[in-house]
Write a protein that binds this ligand. Structure first.
Ligand code: DP6
Length: 402
């Protein structure tokens, strides 16, 4: 008996121009366009296996080892139904095709980063779900066409269907058919762009993006200015900066947009705070690093950005990463040894955590206690979803998680 199964991995993306606000909450249509960098799956990824089998009694989903209910009309059910609809189109055109669209599916997904790290997994998770079903169903669909479906799982997921630099064009149609992801540039265009994720410890659970952004849409006057004026200008300017590999401009826009996203969160009634003291200290360090560099006749070295939580993502050219890690480790002593995947620190030049950049004013932040930044993940711009071999499947011969 033929086994119909596919396994893929999909990347995480971190936005430089933030998506925050929906004009349609069911179809997940945003109030502004957004733009992100896809991060390398060698470091962070969701892996998903999907299998269609007529002997299964219903669609089932396992996430990180636990079965999750697929709620009727919910986001996961919508994505599965949309993918089955595309498969049905293939079967109608070519009646010799097996009728996979009528078989229930088992979907098993796993993130290689701990959920406790506080990194959003919905983007890579829904991208992997949609991409695995696309391979399973042998769909002729482009990544942009698939992004229309991943978007209905989680808005930011639509951008994880591509590698490199990705825009989610908000679109104008009511049915959402033009609200999709497009690639601005592949990773190969600017492979030198690296990222340092600073996992900031957070005792309390913050407001979830989905509910937080709707409160902002309903109550923030500042959001209207952002949607109408600020984002359209920034989308054009950052696209140009990416095409020109102009890091200082890219960095300025990225930091300004992170700031404005957190400003509209604060402008929400009741106000939403995602940054904490540690997040703000990292901002102060990056600002001072850039100020000292520019004062010495250099350029902007790093850009911070924050999503709906306290974790910092610092974008920088590869050559600046050693200095940035040194700086962060100096102010935020690490419990665990820095995982030096890119070989920044050699035996003769070990990571000391005491080296401050020339002209850097050490008083911009206090030194924090160990654990304030729980961990550092050094990664870089990466590629889009990858098809994996059957050896890497997460479902066993019986169609259940291995
Ligand atoms: C701050 O995509 O998680 O990370 O569409 O409701 O699932 P839903 O929201 P989600 O929101 C992400 C918000 C953000 C900014 C961004 O990634 O653009």
């Amino acid at each position: 008996m033929a086994v119909y199964q596919a396994t893929v991995s999909a990347p995480v993306n971190i936005a430089c121009i933030k998506y925050w606000g929906k004009r349609d909450t069911k179809l997940i249509l945003p109030t502004n366009s957004s733009l992100s960098v896809t991060l390398d799956q060698d470091n962070l990824k969701s892996t998903t296996t999907s299998r269609a089998d007529p002997s299964f009694d219903r669609d089932r989903l396992w996430l990180n080892g636990h079965e999750e209910e697929i709620k009727d009309g919910g986001r996961t059910a919508t994505c599965i139904a949309e993918m089955k609809r595309l498969r049905r189109e293939v079967e109608e055109k070519d009646p010799k095709q097996p009728k996979l669209s009528s078989y229930p599916v088992h979907i098993c997904s796993h993130n290689n980063f701990p959920t406790a790290a506080g990194l959003a997994s919905s983007a890579s998770g829904f991208a992997a779900l949609v991409a695995s079903l696309a391979f399973l169903y042998a769909l002729p669909a482009s990544p942009s066409a698939l992004s229309l479906i991943a978007r209905q799982g989680s808005g930011s997921a639509c951008r994880s269907l591509f590698g490199g630099f990705v825009a989610w064009e908000m679109g104008t149609r009511a049915d959402g058919s033009d609200s999709l992801a497009v690639q601005v540039a592949p990773r190969e265009h600017w492979p030198d762009l690296h990222a340092l994720i600073c996992v900031v410890s957070d005792a309390k659970k913050g407001v979830a993006s989905t509910s937080g952004m709707q409160r902002t849409v309903e109550t923030s006057a500042l959001l209207q200015h952002r949607i109408r004026t600020v984002v359209p200008e920034r989308m054009a300017a950052i696209t140009e900066a990416i095409h020109a590999r102009d890091f200082p401009t890219f960095a300025k826009i990225t930091m300004a947009d992170s700031n404005q996203f957190h400003a509209v969160a604060l402008d929400t009634e009741p106000p939403i705070f995602y940054l904490n003291d540690v997040s703000r200290a990292i901002i102060a360090l990056v600002v001072e690093l850039n100020r000292a560099s520019v004062a010495a006749g250099g350029t902007i070295k790093a850009a911070y950005t924050y999503d709906a939580g306290p974790n910092a993502v610092i974008y920088a050219p590869a050559a600046n990463m050693r200095e940035i890690v040194e700086l962060i480790v100096g102010y935020f002593p690490q419990t665990e040894k820095f995982n030096d995947v890119f070989g920044l620190f050699s035996a003769d030049k070990p990571l000391s955590g005491n080296n401050l950049p020339a002209g850097f004013n050490p008083a911009v932040s206090k030194k924090f206690e160990e654990g304030a930044v729980k961990g550092l993940i050094h990664t870089r711009v990466g590629d889009g979803p990858r098809a994996l071999s059957s050896d890497e499947a997460l479902l066993g011969a019986d169609g259940l998680p291995k």
